[in-house]
Design a protein around this ligand. Structure first.
Ligand code: SF4
Length: 477
């Protein structure tokens, strides 16, 4: 436990985020701390941060000139002390937010490219390497996002069921062996929610641009159900402007030729087949319940079935993985040459079984993960992939990022717009959240989280959907 005492300020949240960069597993409390004591003080003419660990004390001060700068300067003082003490220099510096590229694009619009770069590197202490990555993504997004319809929206369909639960999972996903009996009712109500959403969309004159089926594992549900849901979409929306339709096949152990043919019949062009790693020992460690061989078979089936736009997800930092075996996985993936490769960095949330079992899978240094990414990014670049969307989560191994890479022309518009929050995403299903976007105004509407709540509270949830009309009315005024 780390004690954080504040004098003359209330930046607990911001300073806690900085502490978490270095000590992700420590709790931070205002009342007590046996591991470390931190005091952040704002006085009339001075800002000071003092850190006491064991018998050692480190203190830094700075002259106070502008109260509007207190927050960032206190964070900077704390960052520098903890960086000196641990020997770590997190690459994203003080930029602890989820969307670094959105921030960079907005700074560029406000101040121009050079000043945005200065702010990233000197004010937020972002490393030159991370700035360069964010810049590459921003450049590509600037090219792609101008293609969005002015009245466009995307539809997200949540299928929160999986064949079994992976140990690092923090999604709302139900093990199908325990929840199978809920699925028929779930699909029926999902189709009703789609129809209701279609009515709202017609009233508002919105135009469907992308559809994304995520989860969970959409291919975990019974044959015929994906088609039933897609037919509900085609009945409820004008799909003439639909530019991209993705179904996350996800786990290789759910993929059969019948399922792939059903996805084609749905009209989806983009699928995801996710090995996470091609090391069987690591797959067993994370309780993924499939082998590397099953991934190759599923991938081959998808190619035979005519899919040319396949994404594969990988995770750096999994239990038992090493830079050498991650490099081996990357080599194998590049040999297959999928259209997209998404490289995640492990982030262990409190809701994952890994944490419940008391195992800490990240370390603040994340040296191994740094090496994995240092090998993977140039390999992807050399193979012709470009980074096109990126986001961060808290408690990521080595404080890195998740980055989607695509061959030119295969960038997923949905992935970009969801990260940049530049288009409304109407979401249906359990655990889904609708995000309404109009200029800088954003409003979220949350569906019930778990399938049984979704089924039980369906009418109440449909009432909440009326907020969509209210939002558009309000923002049009
Ligand atoms: S396949 Fe994905 S959603 Fe399902 S349990 Fe594993 S990590 Fe979670």
């Amino acid at each position: 436990m780390i004690r954080l005492s504040l004098i003359g300020n209330d930046y607990h949240y911001e300073l806690e985020n900085i502490i978490r960069l270095f000590y992700p597993a420590q709790k931070v409390s205002a009342d007590s701390g046996d591991f470390m004591q931190i005091t952040a003080q704002v006085e009339q003419t001075q800002l000071a941060v003092c850190v006491i660990y064991g018998a050692q004390t480190a203190q830094r001060e700075i002259r106070r000139q502008d109260p509007a700068q207190d927050e960032i300067l206190l964070c900077k003082l704390l960052f520098e002390i903890l960086s000196d003490y641990t020997g770590l220099r997190p690459g994203w510096g003080l930029q602890t937010g989820v969307r670094p590229v959105k921030l960079l694009r907005s700074l560029e619009q406000q101040y121009g490219e050079q000043q945005a770069k200065d702010r990233f590197e000197n004010r937020l202490l972002v490393s030159a390497e991370k700035y360069a990555l964010a810049k590459r993504v921003a450049r590509l997004e600037n090219e792609m996002l101008c293609k969005l319809y002015s009245n466009g929206f995307s539809l997200y369909v949540s299928i929160p069921f999986c064949k079994s639960r992976c140990s690092y999972c923090s999604f709302v996903s139900h093990d199908i062996s325990k929840s199978r009996k809920l699925i028929p009712d779930y699909v029926t109500l999902l189709c009703r929610e789609i129809a209701l959403t279609g009515e709202i969309v017609r009233k508002l004159g919105l135009r469907l641009q992308t559809v994304y089926f995520g989860g969970g594992t959409p291919t975990a549900i019974d044959d015929g159900m994906l088609l039933e849901i897609t037919e509900a979409i085609r009945r409820s929306f004008d799909c003439s402007g639909l530019q991209e339709f993705t179904i996350e096949a996800g786990r290789p152990d759910t993929i059969t030729m019948e399922k792939l043919q059903e996805i084609r019949a749905c009209g989806a062009q983009r699928i995801s087949i996710n090995p996470q790693t091609l090391n069987d020992t690591v797959l067993r460690n994370i309780r993924r319940s499939h082998t590397a061989q099953q991934f190759y078979q599923a991938y081959d089936l998808a190619v035979q079935c005519g899919f040319t736009n396949i994404n594969t997800d990988l995770i750096a930092g999994l239990d038992g993985d090493t830079p050498a075996s991650f490099a081996q996985t990357m080599e194998e993936i590049l040999r297959l040459a999928p259209a997209c490769v998404t490289v995640h960095t492990l982030s262990v949330k409190r809701s994952s079984t890994m944490v419940y079992r008391g195992v800490q899978r990240y370390d603040a240094g994340g040296d191994a993960v740094s090496q994995m990414l240092a090998g993977a990014y140039p390999a992807l670049t050399d193979a012709g992939y470009r980074p096109y969307y990126m986001y961060r989560q808290s408690r990521m191994a080595g404080n890195h990022e998740n980055t989607g890479w695509a061959k030119p022309g295969f960038e997923s518009l949905y992935n970009m717009l969801i990260m940049e929050e530049v288009q409304t995403v109407l979401a249906v299903g359990a655990g889904a959240s609708t995000k309404l976007v109009s200029g800088n105004q954003i409003q979220r509407i949350f569906n019930y989280k778990y399938p049984y709540e979704y089924i039980r509270g369906f009418d109440e949830m449909c009432r909440r959907k009326q907020q969509i009309c209210e939002f558009y009315k309000k923002t049009a005024e």
